[in-house]
Write a protein that binds this ligand. Sequence first.
Ligand code: KG4
Ligand code: ZN
Length: 358
Amino acid sequence: MYVLGIESSCDETAAAIVSDKKEIIGQAVLTQLEHKIYGGVVPEIAARSHLEHIDEILEETFKQAKIKPSQLDAIAASSGPGLIGGVVIGAMAGKALALALNKPFIAVNHLEGHALAARLTGDVSYPYLLLLVSGGHCQILIVKGVGEFERLGTTIDDAAGEAFDKVAKMLNLGYPGGPMIEKMAELGDENRFSLPRPLIGSGDCNLSFSGLKTAVRKIIETYAPDGKIEHAIIRKRDIADICASFQLAATECLIRKLKKAIGIFRARYPQGKDIVVSGGVAANTYLRRNLQDLAEKEGLLFSAPPIQYCTDNGVMIAWAGMERALKGMYDDLDFKPRPRWPLDTSAPKAAGAGGVKA
Ligand code: KG4
Ligand code: ZN
């Protein structure tokens, strides 16, 4: 069985074809570089770029896969949440293919794509505890099955990736900020600056990164003669120390709340054995190492998708589509792409409901 997945919800135009045997038989990703000069993704530019490149990405995917479009069993497209101009382009491409080929269409929640990716690349079984950390989202969830999520905590302000991006922007490290902060942090002293760990003692699983970002801003201001961060003159060594101290603080916040979540997960699902991290920030090797240690201490198995499948890609959408297709969870072609789409409302549809049948 083969499912095509299309991703276009932010600044990656991507597609992939996966099989029910967990093979990735074709894939292509184009990361839009047009946004770099703006220090963040510009929605209108992103949408135009998706439109320009979606055909060649699909062509490349089919070329690698060496199958004909008619051999597909279903077509899945990331249909939200995300920048709506881009989401519409991927969803329309998916629907057009589904209609032309007379195959079922599956509207995949982009977050479900991140959430299930580790089941394609590893041996992860339901229910599992998930830390989902991306540029727009930061949540701790129990994944009980396809479309079945129980949210234990969320950020009350910035997402983790957003905090990495904002700190990188203040330090002129470019966009996206996460990879640059990680690289600089390797050269720095993580104990040089003492930074807050917001909400650490709140007793719940919620997170907050806004105060941490403000504390970094205050440090950067001390390097500017007039107190304006854009005039700050900071040596590379100091930048590295700021990055390392920030990465430590952000990681500690995530680890502490995950520890709390493990207690809840264990009490509710004693049979659960896996802990998974996914989303763009899961590409961070420092965070992955710390999560691995936490899992070992707690007697759980740690999994994370390979780094190239942590940031946005078509493979995760194709796989989430596959998991849905295997359950007959299809969507109608009039499914409206959603700019906002919380994961805990991705309720599974009854088998056979909706969709163009093959
Ligand atoms: O999942 P993703 O590709 O897009 C969204 O769905 O948001 O995540 C992108 C986010 C960006 O904020 C980026 O800075 C962050 O993931 N990121 C990282 C790393 N690589 C990407 N954050 C920390 N360390 C990294 N190595
Ligand atoms: Zn994402």
